[in-house]
Design a protein around this ligand. Structure first.
Ligand code: F6P
Length: 360
């Protein structure tokens, strides 16, 4: 019988199980069997680890966070496909994966992951292993798609955190700094900052100064507002150009990341009581939002369709209003960052939110 494989790779995020369910249910409708490899790409070889997935044993997972298949971040297969900095996968591993896929009669392997994981999928494709990609990251920074699933759930969490910080900041007349994820892009900080009523939003895409941040705090005080909410993306560079959270793991970023530095410096400069909250992996856990469930389900079903139609080496994507696909290479060769002139940034500015790059 024909078979489709699926795996989840890289950091987890809400909606992975919804994709798996989408793949299993839709492939089953088309008469395919389905297998899920365990711990991301690791389960494909030495030792091969997988489980047979059926509509029955994947029932009830739609609203569950995490991934029933497990995941691995930066395992043996770690690779990049950039032209200048291409890192090759060990050919022995590639040969092993090809054997696994052939032995199980897999017509196509659905690889769900972020840029690093999709770079692995691209190298598989070049080697003749049948793959399609599904874009995943809470950071929302993959090009070719307007949204990755997981992002909406992450901003829901960050917005909720800001709502809570708001009341305690107001009660104590404090400055609250919320550090959110987003290693290379400020999508989470921007959207949560707008939705949660942030006063200052610091992004990797917009250089800022301490003077402008402090100016905002003081101008709020002059309007009778004794508290300020600052949202900072972990990947935002400091004014001296130092990146704190950019190149490190989630764990290192939490141990004295940029949020801490921002809070301490504001307190030092203004002698105002300041507190920091690092939201961390709360943003990656828990149930997916309605939007993410719908998007992830569509991604899963569309990935199966690509395999059935023989469109291998493609990645599903959302270019509103359509779910469609692009070659995986298109998605992994560049990051999608916040445009400082985008309508969302302009709207935020129009409301008086400061990005720390001017006194306006
Ligand atoms: O890319 C997603 C992400 O959540 C980033 O925002 C964050 O920097 C990173 O993963 C943390 O990953 P980990 O804790 O797995 O090292």
């Amino acid at each position: 019988k024909k078979c489709i494989g699926v795996l989840t790779s890289g950091g987890d995020c809400p909606g992975l199980n919804a994709v798996i369910r989408g793949v299993v249910k839709s492939s089953n409708q088309l008469g395919y069997d389905c297998v899920g490899f365990l711990q991301g790409y690791e389960g494909l070889h030495d030792p091969v680890r997988y489980k047979t997935l059926t509509p029955k044993n994947t029932t009830g997972i739609l609203n569950q966070g995490g991934t029933i298949l497990g995941s691995t971040n930066k395992g043996r297969f770690a690779a990049t496909v950039g032209v200048s900095d291409r890192v090759e996968i060990d050919p022995e591993l590639l040969a092993g994966v090809k054997t696994t896929v052939e032995q199980l009669g897999i017509e196509g392997l659905v690889c769900v992951g972020g840029d690093g994981s999709l770079a692995i999928a691209q190298q598989f494709h070049e080697y003749g292993i049948p793959v399609v990609g599904v874009p995943k990251t809470i950071d929302n920074d993959l090009s070719s798609t307007a949204f990755t699933f997981g992002f909406d759930s992450a901003i829901e969490c960050a917005t909720n955190a800001l709502d809570r910080l708001h009341t305690t900041a107001a009660s104590h007349g404090r400055i609250m700094v919320l550090e959110v994820m987003g290693r290379h892009a400020g999508w989470i900080a921007l959207h949560a900052g707008i939705a949660g009523g942030g006063d200052v939003i610091l992004l990797p895409e917009i250089p800022w100064t301490w003077e402008n941040v402090c100016h905002k705090v003081l101008s709020r005080e002059s309007q009778g507002k004794q508290f300020t909410l600052v949202v900072v993306a972990e990947g935002a560079a400091l004014p001296d150009g130092r990146g704190v959270g950019k190149e490190q793991s989630g764990r290192q970023a939490q141990l004295g990341g940029i949020g801490q530095i921002v809070a301490e410096e504001i307190e030092r400069r203004l002698q105002r009581e300041t507190r920091v909250c690092v939201l961390g992996h709360l943003q990656r856990g828990g149930a997916p939002t309605t939007f993410d469930r719908v998007l992830a389900t569509q991604y899963g079903a569309h990935a199966v369709r690509l395999i059935v139609e023989g469109k291998l080496g493609e990645m599903v994507c959302y270019q509103p209003p359509d779910i469609m696909s692009v070659p995986i290479t298109e998605a992994v060769n560049q990051l999608r960052q916040v445009d400082p002139n985008s309508s969302a940034v302009q709207a935020a500015r129009a409301l008086g939110i400061s990005f720390g790059n001017s006194t306006a």
